[in-house]
Design a protein around this ligand. Sequence first.
Ligand code: DQA
Length: 146
Amino acid sequence: AQLLLLHGPNLNLLGTREPTLYGATTLEQINHRLVTQAQQAGHTLTTLQSNYEGVLIDRIQATAQDGTDFLIINPAAFTHTSVALRDAILAVKLPFIEVHLSNVHARESFRHHSYFSDIAIGVICGLGAQGYDFALQYAIHHFSNR
Ligand code: DQA
């Protein structure tokens, strides 16, 4: 299957950004690990990080043409603000898992609401960078059982 991993704003700073909250693993390390794991399981995974909502929306819209089967997304701060990103995912009917490094429910109340959780297959939060591995494992399992 063709898998897509999307990262929202400020996640390019992983490793140095509030490491007590978000961990010491860099985005490059996360991406490299997931690309390798997907490959080993016979799938392809592409990744994109952007600080721009429109770039993420364009990438999601492109999945309608490029054969993407499944999305793993950490919308970062857009989780709590972006009706537009939500609508893009609904428009292309892409199944997805929402991932957050931190436990958003243990933080400020404005992080408790997500524009994605009710339309996601599942949500993983609070498990750090490992959350991405678990999401990928789900996707691999899902596509090997079809
Ligand atoms: C985050 C949680 C969001 O509230 C925050 O804006 C982020 C990262 C996480 O991975 O824990 O940028 O999505």
